[in-house]
Design a protein around this ligand. Structure first.
Ligand SMILES: O=c1[nH]c(NC[C@H](O)[C@H](O)[C@H](O)CO)c([N+](=O)[O-])c(=O)[nH]1
Length: 158
């Protein structure tokens, strides 16, 4: 039931999309980013209209989105948070999600939440299409984020 397929045909040609990803948990982040970019191009967004930038960690995503989004029709902010032994995970997760929502609403530009907040590395791998311990590949959520970016950019254009 997850990642519901859009009802309308999405044509992303002419849209400019910014993808910002973190360097924390980079193997997982790279898989998510690649899937997002592949989905964007499959929906007609030209490769020359897709910009990919990186930041240290998830907490930096809102600031980077705010500074870099002018001129783009949508932003996809990608990061992977994995619960450790402290409360750090909880505070970063909530502040990053709240921050990204605020950036999008303040700017009037759709900011797609591409931040996995996982309790284990395996949960994150499965959601990035990377085989878990039993080699189930799972569904790469990056695909959903690419589709959401095109859909919301078109909605924003009216
Ligand atoms: O993107 C992440 N950043 C993380 N921390 C760094 C944080 O996002 C900032 O980059 C850092 O606090 C500097 O502002 C993580 N953990 O701490 O576990 C994590 O799992 N993922």
């Amino acid at each position: 039931m997850k990642g519901l397929t859009p009802t309308q045909t999405l044509n992303g040609r002419g849209l400019k999309v910014l993808v910002i990803h973190t360097r924390w948990n980079l193997e997982i982040v790279n898989s998510l980013t690649q899937a997002s970019v592949a989905k964007l191009t499959s929906l007609g967004v030209l490769e020359t209209d897709i910009a990919v930038r990186e930041v240290p960690g998830a907490f930096e995503l809102p600031f980077a989105a705010m500074k870099l989004l002018p001129g783009y029709d949508a932003v996809i902010a990608i990061g992977v948070l994995i619960k450790g032994d402290t409360m750090h995970f909880e505070y970063i997760s909530d502040s990053t999600c709240q921050g990204l929502m605020r950036v999008g609403l303040d700017a009037g530009i759709p900011v797609v939440l591409g931040v996995l907040t996982c309790l284990t590395e395996e949960q994150a791998c499965l959601r990035a299409g990377i085989g878990g311990v039993d080699k189930k590949s799972g569904h790469n959520h990056g695909e959903d984020w690419g589709s959401a970016a095109v859909e919301m950019a078109l909605l924003n254009r009216g």
